[in-house]
Design a protein around this ligand. Structure first.
Ligand code: ADP
Length: 738
């Protein structure tokens, strides 16, 4: 075509045919990433952090993809690219995967991945000084002291140097001017020490060596491999998986390892074991670390500098660049399930993360979940078994105490055979643990005059009496009030009476029955942070406590060498919930608790107080027949089509007005897609029908393995629109049926 000046003018005025744009995912519960134009001079690639405007506000997000958009689309522009380590591609894929699986908007999952890490804040720096070797012309005594300190410290801030030398900061300034010191700027967040795969470690027993070899071989194979490390409590699973961590570290210079632990309470003791094994403290990631530690960990993981991370479930979302191995310790533990916000089961997500990143995964437990055992049977996981305990340590003898025959007197809970066993234990200078998974003093408070039961005002649950704080507490929401002097219903004074035992009340009984014993209580109320947990564990381990009364917090992996008797005060407690995991969970808890006894060279004994000595879980426990027990559990799940032989999901609707909620739930029920192999039950009122003033209705969906239940739930959710006040939450593979 001939060139014409007119044509040229037209082209110059027309909008460009295409503009570069970035699809940006914001950490907000929005359905998808939004497109923004990339103005000239702003370069951004997928994973980069950018600032954009949304409804007039500046928000930060992550570039999910880049491309071009037609020029006529009036896109808002990316404001700036932020200086932060990019979110790796595998983390972004993981965010998308978790969102899809859990039926949540990807932005809500991204928010978890970025939460508290403040990756956008520039890494803080400080000025540090080192000696140059030159001596100033005028060497005053103060200058000499400061120079000596500088030589000793190697590198330090002016404040640190001045303090160490006992001089004022003007002396440091003088030395700098004289050329005796030089300065440089360094990042405040120090790098983590590099772990050494061959630093330490115990001499493994032949059985441990065999298990370690299997796991090591898996890691060395490379790519995605999964193994279930199945060994009784105290068999040395930790020592064994340490070897597979070493293998992963040796794979290449930048390989990373993530170890998930169910409770922060345990992390502290285990961190020392990591240090002894690898000569370096790993990065920590959980809710108790400081903001500075969080910033350091996030950044150093993203840079690939942090090689081992020990963390709680949210550590899965850290920006690992070269994750080679994930270890999920105590993989059966219920606390891997996050029950609020984005509801997910961290063990299952860990398997997905390992698959996406082509990494190996080791699931370790003395009481593996039925899901993992079935996966091992189906050949999806390698089954690595670690039989027996090392050395002289043996598993405890487990027996039941039939509480119907040995009924303790009124308001007492320790039956005569257990009292006798505690006495014998104390006489030998050994320790006893009384386990009761109930916090507080009494689970129920009742008025003796009118029969009124103290209930939470906004939630369908009884208030639990806590004597140490003299308050009545709702364990579902944390609501609490001082214990009233009068019954709120009939105004009778001093009529409120505790019913049933909690650990505080059990401690009162133990003090009365064993007056010479040193009794202590270990629960999340008496050990509220890692330091307090450590103090309790150390007190018990060193023998400063004779009888420890504890909730499930004691069941988790602690080593107490002098502990030889475990008494489970109410072994039936977990069986009363009646959900599909009740038997399995009870079995797991009791095995874990019983496993605390006899870890060193003293044989242990465990006594279970029960009204159901013939229950399968009790019989199996006493016979040490784990596999027989699990076999019946597995068969019954298979018969009922429950996970892992079918899929389960729940949908809960909640709202402040019961009638409106009821009608919304009915509409939701009508919208459920009709799909072969999917069966919808409900809406039903859950056992706790009101939480924080919101009524609840629940559907349960059970499908064949052929149905993608996440897709089903997403399709269903898109087919109804409840009133604004009604919230809908979806739980894939629910654990809680309350
Ligand atoms: P698990 O993780 O299976 O419960 P641990 O690895 O915590 O077992 O080991 C239990 C206890 O036995 C720990 O105190 C550990 O140090 C000790 N232990 C394990 N293996 C050995 C071994 N080969 N030699 C000496 N002590 C060992």
């Amino acid at each position: 075509m001939a060139w014409s000046p007119d044509l040229f003018a037209d082209e110059a005025d027309a909008p460009p045919a295409e503009v570069r744009c970035a699809s940006v995912l914001l950490p907000l519960p929005l359905p998808e990433p939004f497109d923004y134009a990339l103005p000239d001079g702003v370069e951004a690639a997928p994973g980069d952090h950018v600032a954009v405007t949304l409804s007039g506000r500046t928000v930060r997000g992550v570039v999910w993809s880049t491309g071009v958009a037609p020029g006529e689309r009036a896109l808002k522009a990316v404001e700036e690219r932020l200086h932060a380590p990019p979110l790796p591609a595998v983390t972004r894929r993981f965010v998308d995967w978790v969102a899809k699986y859990t039926v949540n908007p990807p932005g809500a999952v991204l928010r978890m991945a970025l939460r508290g890490s403040s990756p956008w804040k520039p890494a803080p720096t400080e000025i540090v000084y080192t000696p140059t070797g030159d001596v100033p012309a005028k060497l005053t005594p103060a200058r000499r002291k400061a120079l000596d300190a500088a030589v000793e410290l190697g590198e330090a801030t002016a404040a640190r140097l001045a303090k160490a030398a006992g001089v004022s900061s003007s002396v440091i300034k003088g030395l700098l001017e004289q050329g005796a010191l030089r300065w440089r700027e360094r990042e405040v967040d120090p790098p983590y020490d590099a772990p050494d795969p061959g630093f330490g470690g115990l001499a493994l027993t032949p059985k441990q060596v065999a298990a370690a070899k299997e796991l090591k071989a898996l890691v060395q194979l490379g790519g995605h491999q999964a193994a279930l490390l199945d060994g009784v409590t105290g068999s040395g699973k930790t020592e064994v998986y340490f070897d597979s961590i070493a293998a992963a570290l040796e794979a290449d210079d930048s390989s990373q390892v993530l170890v998930l632990l169910p409770e922060i309470a345990l992390t502290q003791q285990i961190l020392q074991r990591f240090e002894a094994r690898f000569g370096a403290r790993p990065a920590e990631w959980h809710s108790e670390i400081s903001d500075a530690e969080r910033r350091r960990a996030w950044r150093r993981v993203a840079e690939g500098q942090a090689r081992i991370v020990v963390g709680a479930r949210s550590a899965l979302f850290l920006p690992f660049t070269n994750l080679k191995l994930i270890v999920v310790d105590e993989e059966h533990d219920g606390s891997y399930k996050q029950d609020e916000g984005v509801i997910y089961q961290a063990r299952d997500m860990a398997v997905a993360r390992a698959k996406l990143g082509d990494a190996a995964i080791v699931l370790a437990s003395a009481t593996p979940s039925i899901e993992s055992l079935v996966n091992a049977r189906r050949g999806r996981y390698f089954h690595v078994v670690l039989p027996g305990r090392p050395g002289l340590s043996v598993l405890p003898e487990i027996e039941t105490v039939d509480i119907r025959r040995h009924r303790p007197e009124k308001d007492r809970w320790i039956a005569a055979p257990l009292v006798e066993a505690v006495e014998e234990t104390l006489k030998r200078g050994e320790q006893a643990l009384l386990f009761l998974n109930r916090r507080g003093y009494a689970p129920l408070v009742i008025c003796r005059a009118c029969g009124h039961r103290m209930k939470a005002p906004d939630t369908d649950s009884w208030l639990v009496e806590h004597r140490y704080t003299n308050r009545l507490v709702c364990h579902h929401t944390g609501f609490s009030i001082p214990k009233p002097e009068k019954c709120p219903a009939c105004s009778e004074k001093d009529s409120l009476h505790p019913v049933g035992p909690g650990v505080e009340r059990l401690a009162e009984e133990a003090r009365a029955v064993f007056p010479d014993a040193r009794v202590d209580v270990f629960s999340s109320d008496t050990a509220q942070d890692p330091a307090q947990v450590r103090a309790k564990v150390e007190a018990m381990a060193s023998g400063a406590i004779d009888i420890l009364i504890g909730t499930q917090i004691v069941a988790k992996g602690h080593n107490f060498p002098l502990l030889t008797l475990v008494g489970v005060v109410d072994a039936d407690l977990g069986l009363r919930g009646g959900d599909m995991r009740a038997g399995e969970r009870t079995y797991q808890t009791l095995v874990q608790v019983a496993g605390r006894a006899g870890r060193a060279d003293k044989p242990g004994r465990a006594m279970l107080q029960t009204c159901m000595p013939d229950h399968e879980a009790m019989v199996a426990l006493c016979a040490g027949d784990r596999d027989g027990f699990l076999e019946t559990e597995i068969l019954s799940r298979e018969e009922l089509g429950l996970p892992p032989f079918g899929r389960l999901a729940s949908m809960t609707l909640s709202g402040p007005d019961e009638a409106k909620l009821e009608s919304a739930a009915r509409d939701a029920g009508k919208a459920a897609p009709n799909v072969e192999g999917a069966h919808v039950m409900g809406p039903a009122e859950p056992p706790i029908a009101v939480v924080r003033g919101r009524w609840r209705r629940r559907f349960l969906v059970n499908t064949d393995l052929s149905v993608d239940i996440s897709n089903y739930m997403r399709a269903w959710r898109a087919r109804f629109k409840p009133p604004a006040a009604v919230r809908v939450s979806v739980d894939i593979e629910p654990y809680s049926f309350l």
